[in-house]
Design a protein around this ligand. Structure first.
Ligand SMILES: Nc1ncnc2c1ncn2[C@@H]1O[C@H](COP(=O)(O)OP(=O)(O)OP(=O)(O)O)[C@@H](O)[C@H]1O
Ligand SMILES: [Mg+2]
Length: 310
């Protein structure tokens, strides 16, 4: 089973407008709310792939009720601790004229010791039956930056393999828990290593640096340029075909789902990279975040260009 962790679950709103004019009133034709947060994006992709998945995390207030109801409606198993306050709303405004996307991310509730204890007990129980754990997204207020490192160590102690997709201190601290894979994008890897990165050579350098700091393997994603993956057997690159993306938000989460499947199935690195790139590119073609069309995945798989960098 794959366990996904969403510490700051959200109600995601997607607004489609012609263009975002500051200082004007903009009326919307429609708005659909979905359960979000990076871990839940990973979860929805895994559910669509018919993987056995359990979503754990923290939710709060009426928005938390909505998030749990949405997961029920999607047939996703979940086990969320409840915090005081209200789960956040995240708004993604898409401009039809340019395709430009602007995101507004609320901070979400501050977790008190009771909520942290409640979550940790649920997590401990969950990892006993989980072979793969994916830790995604930023940490809410009230948690120390070393929290993912702690969760990774706990999961590792139960024999689970851990994937981390985060940034800044929570990513660097997670390396102390020896995750089998971390997936920063190029910007996040650069911020962590204190260097502006661009191109394949920089991505490969960053990936090997993060391996030296404790990650078993590192996938540095580069949007339309695909991914550079470094593992014990060397560095490879997977490049998606040229596409016109409909929604690139959450592509990294689809990529994490792809790598989780590769780990669960015991695939080698090239097969996992091809699959993760194809799945994330298929997700870019889908309007909805954390979703893809099966036909796009089938179409992408043979068209991912693979190359060995070292
Ligand atoms: N425009 C695109 N065309 C084709 N594939 C894309 C495009 N954008 C993203 N992808 C695919 O998705 C993967 C992850 O994208 P990206 O590097 O943007 O992740 P990210 O910044 O972590 O995204 P997010 O955090 O919003 O999920 C890429 O490696 C690539 O395979
Ligand atoms: Mg990301």
């Amino acid at each position: 089973m794959i366990i996904t962790v969403t510490m700051n679950a959200s109600v995601d709103k997607r607004y489609r407008v012609d263009s975002l004019e500051p200082g004007t009133v903009i009326r919307l034709d429609s708005c659909r709310n979905t359960a979000g947060g990076k871990g839940l994006n990973v979860t929805r992709v895994l559910r669509q792939l018919n993987c056995e998945v359990l979503a754990v995390g923290v939710a709060a207030g009426r928005n938390g009720d909505f998030i749990e109801e949405e997961l029920n409606a999607l047939g996703i198993r979940h086990c969320f601790a409840r915090a005081k306050g209200e789960s956040r709303c995240c708004v993604n405004v898409v401009e039809a004229s340019s395709g430009r996307q602007t995101e507004f991310l609320e901070p979400g509730p501050t977790l008190d010791p009771t909520a942290i204890y409640d979550f940790t007990s649920r997590f401990t129980m969950a990892v006993e039956s989980g072979s793969i754990v994916s830790l995604s997204g930023s940490l809410p207020q009230g948690l120390p930056p070393g929290f993912y490192g702690r969760l990774a160590s706990m999961a590792g102690g139960s024999g689970a393999r851990v994937i981390v997709d985060s940034s800044g201190e929570s990513l660097s601290e997670s390396l102390t828990g020896s995750p089998v894979l971390v997936k920063p994008n190029l910007e996040e890897a650069g911020a962590l290593l204190g260097r502006r990165l661009s191109g394949l050579a920089d991505a490969a350098w960053a990936a090997t640096q993060l391996m030296a700091r404790g990650a078993g393997a590192v996938a540095v994603s580069m949007g339309a340029d695909g991914v550079v993956y470094a593992g014990p057997d060397g560095v490879i690159r997977g490049k998606p075909p040229k596409i016109t993306p409909r929604n690139a938000v959450g592509c990294g989460d689809a990529m994490v789902a792809g790598f989780a499947v590769g780990l669960a199935e015991g695939w080698d690195a090239p097969r996992s990279v091809r699959y993760a790139v194809a799945l994330s590119a298929a997700s870019a073609l889908c309007e909805e975040t954390g979703a893809f069309r099966e036909s796009d995945l089938e179409d992408m798989l043979p068209r991912v260009e693979m190359a060995r960098l070292s």
